[in-house]
Design a protein around this ligand. Structure first.
Ligand code: NAD
Ligand code: DAU
Length: 356
């Protein structure tokens, strides 16, 4: 038996692949385009392991998808592949439309063709799991209840709009063609191998380099944080026992304002690797211009997943963020590897002199 994942060289996909190989004997085929966000160094520990088959390619390439499906006959496909950074979607939405919308469509078409041709028993048990985000639900008022699966879609950025479109396509392939799909909508992840363009790894990396810690606007925007390994366990559980055609929200019940997150990281670094001059990392905080259209608050109600499938996160924010800071301190080689020319170009473009 085998499963096929797309985007398995990115942050969540690679964590999923590493956990899969550690916890199962099942083969995992990993199709990834290796954009700036994809990184084979993250998967270096799997080199030479026949359980993991890496293929560099694009989910827009229907012929390649068809060939991989025919060759490996997976019992499930998990779609992690996406352009994932909101700020990049504001600077240049085109790639988001191409990968998140058109790419998901091409994947659905290839999977539908493959699934139709399977013998009945395999057709029954086959699953396509689409990994999506809480951002499709838009922004919450301060006192509003957390997003349930029934919340109306109201995406506000080109990124979230492209993910919303992909979710709708996935839904339509179930209702129209009977394709056995599952969708997960997860809150903000953090943990090992997180690309340092996103808030938590950016702050850790900048703090250690003596650079400014950029906080957009007033820093009171709220995100609901989940340790990446808990997201991976939720995906495994939904794949194993989720009801076909259903949507599951995934979250950690960890709503926190951005400024509190940054202060927490500064405090951990003060403890684990104090600055040479004895000053607190807090002094590096720098309030910068806000993100256009910045969503104020996300919060996930993950009770359906707990009630129906018995899933709960195993990390609290306190345990997860400590593990994360410790991981970055111990894995500077990985950070240096991803800080290539294209990373430096992005930082210069997004933060100008303010991020230095
Ligand atoms: P990421 O940007 O770190 O990784 C994306 C991966 O997809 C990269 O390896 C990249 O090379 C690959 N990719 C991009 N375009 C491709 C294409 N056309 N064909 C094949 N591969 C392609 O993203 P991530 O943070 O790991 O997110 C993974 C998925 O989870 C995304 O769908 C994202 O929307 C969703 N998600 C992310 C979070 C989060 O907090 N990071 C939360 C909820 C949901
Ligand atoms: O909610 C799930 C989403 O979480 C995923 O779908 C996205 O793929 C993922 O990137 C993430 O989106 P966010 O926009 O919430 O994550 P980001 O790390 O970019 O920003 C987190 C918060 O921190 C957000 O309110 C913006 C703020 N921020 C971010 C950066 C990069 C800053 O204040 N300064 C920064 O430099």
């Amino acid at each position: 038996m085998a499963i096929l994942v797309t985007g398995g060289a990115g942050f969540i996909g690679a964590n999923f692949v590493l956990d899969w190989v550690a916890q199962t004997d099942e083969k995992i085929i990993n199709l990834d385009k290796l954009t700036y966000a994809g990184n084979l160094q993250t998967l270096a520990s799997l080199e030479g392991d026949p359980q993991h088959v890496f293929v560099q390619g694009d989910i827009n390439d229907g012929a390649l998808l068809g060939q991989l499906l025919t060759e490996h006959q997976p019992r499930a496909v998990i779609n992690f592949a996406a352009e994932s950074h909101v700020d990049r979607s504001i600077h240049g939405p085109e790639d988001f439309i191409q990968t998140n919308i058109v790419g998901t469509f091409r994947l659905l078409e290839a999977v539908r063709g493959y699934w139709k041709g399977l013998p009945e028993a395999l057709r029954e048990s086959f699953r396509l799991l689409h990994v999506s985000t809480d951002e499709v639900y838009g922004s919450l008022e301060a006192q509003a209840p957390a997003f349930t699966e029934q919340h109306a879609y109201a995406p506000n950025s080109p990124y979230s709009a492209s993910k919303a479109a992909s979710d709708h396509l996935v839904r339509s392939y179930h209702h129209t063609y009977g394709l056995p799909v599952l969708t997960t909508n997860c809150s903000n992840n953090y943990g090992p191998f997180h690309f340092p363009e996103k808030l938590i790894p950016l702050v850790i990396v900048n703090a250690l380099a003596g650079k400014a810690l950029p906080i957009y606007g007033d820093g009171q925007q709220i995100r609901d944080w989940l340790y990446v390994k808990d997201h991976c366990s939720a995906i495994r559980r939904v794949l194993e026992a989720g009801q076909v055609g259903e949507v599951y929200n995934v979250g950690g019940w960890n709503e926190k304002p951005n400024l509190e997150i940054v202060e927490r990281i500064c405090g951990l670094l003060d403890e684990l690797q104090p600055r040479a001059d004895g000053n607190p990392y807090h002094n590096q905080i720098n309030f910068v211009a806000d993100r256009p259209g910045h969503d104020r608050r996300y919060a996930i109600d993950a009770r359906k997943l707990e009630r129906e499938l018995g899933w709960k996160p195993s990390e609290t924010f306190e345990t997860g963020i400590r593990k994360t800071v410790e991981w970055y301190l111990a894995n500077q080689w990985w950070v240096q590897g991803v800080q290539s020319g294209s990373y430096r170009d992005w930082v210069a473009r997004q933060y100008g002199g303010q991020g230095e």
